[in-house]
Design a protein around this ligand. Structure first.
Ligand code: KIV
Length: 272
């Protein structure tokens, strides 16, 4: 089904809250470099997340933990240079905000100053409340992230669905309400039961963006390389692949290699 996209010149945090109030779904994708961000923005994506998933898809690490603040700033500034419409949200990487609120604010200011990003995303609920308050007090918009929070993967031990048990579900709901009260403008909910995500979305007035959280929320986010089918070893149930670029690119590159070897490339029209 094709849905009319509303014409917004520039997406702001206020636009997103208005979109939820008007029942308009929010589209969000990751990007980590200029060329991809230009395409993602040009296609009308509302929010571009410079996710710390760059640690996986760009750098080949097993987890998101190794990526540094400097590396996030490099990715974010490349994305910002490409974008003219979307809101650019940047992940605060592991180790840059957990130790104390002052360090969190310092890291937040570095990203905002050095990358030109528009907002930040932090993983966690009440345990990082003071850091979120400090960052918000500095005038920096904050997006929360609850449920499966990959920076805590060694605490969880696995990437399976979170908050299936009553106690964790109730804590997640409380955390979402707390993030709203603190002044966060949106929350990502990752890999939790669809019913719970729907309940959270109905309990707060800020947008809830889901990944593996069903369709009862206010928007969806996917990792760009996954939805384009560039990564082919990762196939969680929530992932819809819109292309199979791994195969298409392999085919194209292999054709190029053959053409070079057989002196088919370059031909007479492809030289001076
Ligand atoms: O880093 C990331 O890509 C994310 C999304 C999975 C929400 O946090």
């Amino acid at each position: 089904m094709s849905v009319a996209k509303k014409e917004y010149k520039r997406i702001t945090v206020k636009t997103l809250v208005d979109m939820k109030a008007n029942g308009e779904k929010i589209s969000m994708l990751t990007a980590y470099d200029y060329t991809m961000a230009k395409i993602v923005d040009g296609a009308g994506t509302d929010v571009i997340l410079v996710g710390d998933s760059a640690s996986n898809v760009m750098a080949g690490h097993e987890t998101t933990l190794p990526i540094t603040l400097d590396q996030m700033i490099y990715h974010a500034s490349s994305v910002v240079r490409a974008v003219s419409r979307a809101l650019v949200v940047v992940d605060l990487p592991f180790g840059s905000y957990q130790s104390d609120p002052k360090e969190a604010l310092r890291s937040a200011i570095r990203i905002m100053k050095e990358s030109g990003g528009h907002a930040l995303k932090l993983e966690g609920g009440k345990e990082i409340k003071e850091s979120i308050k400090r960052i918000l007090n500095a005038g920096i918009p904050v997006m929360g992230h609850l449920g499966l929070t990959p920076q805590s993967i060694y605490k969880f031990g696995t990437y399976t669905v979170r908050a299936k048990e009553e106690q964790e579900a109730m804590q997640l709901l409380e955390d979402a309400k707390l993030l709203e009260r603190l002044g966060c403008f949106a929350i990502v909910l990752e890999k939790i039961p669809a019913e719970l995500a729907k309940q959270v979305a109905a309990s707060v007035s800020i947008p809830i963006i889901g990944i593996g959280a069903g369709n009862g929320v206010d928007g969806q986010v996917l990792v760009l390389h996954d939805m384009l089918g560039m990564t082919h070893e990762f196939h969680p149930r929530f992932l819809r692949r819109y292309l199979n670029l791994y195969e298409d690119m392999t085919q194209a590159i292999s054709q190029y290699v053959d053409d070079v070897k057989s002196i088919d490339f370059p031909n007479d029209n492809e030289q001076y």
